[in-house]
Design a binder for this molecule. Structure first.
Ligand code: F6P
Length: 338
């Protein structure tokens, strides 16, 4: 078979491990050929592709980012996007696609599959907010980076008797903040699912200072105070209508400093959480997803996505992945220390 690969949406540590696993297994076990589409859905939309022999995937297992490039191009926002993609796949002799993406990229995959494009999905996002899979690769790496940052911020906060607010990614889901907050021993963790009471956050920080301790806060970029009491920096929308977030840490540090009289600082980790080499866990999960996706192409089991359930890899319908966002359930909500 001739199989096309693409990576869409925000990049994610482990994407190259998927690509490597697919190509190596496909060439050696199935005699497949591979085509890499550039920059997410832009590649098939514009017919921008490169051949992917085994030599092209050598040495990429530990490499962050994606050798194929990524974008948030939405081909369905173009009037003839689906037709152009189908025509380009035919022109390049591509029999099926393996699509690596989050909710937006896989949402497009689901729609195109409904229009007859043969494809299989692989879930990826550092946010870990895709329903139907227990974990996405990239999440473990992001949590490890955020945890290390919290460990480092703790020592400088203690030296200077300050509050430090560390802002982590997670637009609608607080998984990164929750896990890094636990692993890094944050004194306060704020997530988008649970609007926070500013007075209680201030009280928790004041209590730390009263005991002669510094305060370390781990805050999801999507965290908001109760009842819309603030407007944060929002930098336009992407092609899928997502607002660019940022600013909660700076805002909160200002409020804490004013209320407690102690110095407060904000640190925004941003794309540091997405760049660089994947953890061993993410390399293994990504490799397992890649191998399972290739088998699904050969079954064929089009319209499905690989998913981790417990310790096993399953195939699940694409619509299950995109129907709902996996947010942090109330049973997992962090509580403020008293
Ligand atoms: O969806 C993954 C994610 O990393 C979010 O956590 C974050 O809000 C967003 O992407 C940032 O996107 P961009 O790379 O466009 O700034």
């Amino acid at each position: 078979m001739r199989v096309g690969l693409l990576t869409g949406g925000g990049d994610c540590p482990g994407l190259n491990a998927v690509i490597r696993a697919v190509v190596r297994k496909g060439v050696r076990e199935y005699g497949d050929e591979f085509v890499g589409f550039k920059d997410g859905w832009r590649g098939p939309l514009e017919g921008d592709a490169v051949e992917l022999p085994v030599s092209a995937v050598e040495g990429i297992l530990a490499q962050g980012g994606t050798i194929l490039g990524s974008s948030r191009t939405n081909p369905l926002s173009e009037p003839d996007g689906a037709r152009r993609i189908a025509a380009n796949l035919t022109a390049l002799g591509v029999d099926a696609l393996i699509v690596m993406g989050g909710e937006d990229t896989l949402g497009v995959a689901e729609a195109l599959h409904g229009q007859g494009v043969p494809l299989v999905g692989v879930p990826k996002t550092i946010d870990n907010d895709l329903a139907a899979t227990d974990y996405t690769f990239g999440f473990d790496t992001a949590v490890a980076i955020a945890t290390e940052a919290l460990d480092r911020l703790r020592t400088t906060a203690e030296s200077h008797h300050r509050a430090i607010v560390c802002e982590v990614m997670g637009r609608h889901a607080g998984w990164i903040a929750l896990h890094a907050g636990i692993a890094g021993g944050a004194d306060v963790t704020l997530i988008p699912e649970l609007p926070f009471d500013l007075a209680k956050v201030i009280a928790a920080v004041e209590a730390r200072f009263r005991r002669g301790q510094a305060a370390l806060l781990c805050v999801s970029e999507g965290a908001r105070p109760i009842a819309g009491t603030l407007t944060l920096q929002e930098g336009g929308e992407d092609a899928f209508g997502h607002v660019r977030l940022g600013g909660v840490a700076v805002w909160l540090a200002g409020r804490l400093e004013a209320a407690t009289g102690h110095e407060a600082r904000a640190v925004v980790l941003g794309h540091l959480q997405r760049g660089g080499t994947p953890t061993a866990y993410d390399r293994v999960l990504a490799t397992r997803f890649g191998l399972a996706a290739l088998d699904a192409v050969h079954t064929p089991a089009y319209g499905t996505m690989t998913a981790l359930r417990g310790t096993e890899i399953h195939l699940t319908p694409l619509q299950e992945a995109t129907r709902t966002l996996k947010t942090v359930p109330p049973t997992h909500h962090p509580t403020l220390p008293t």
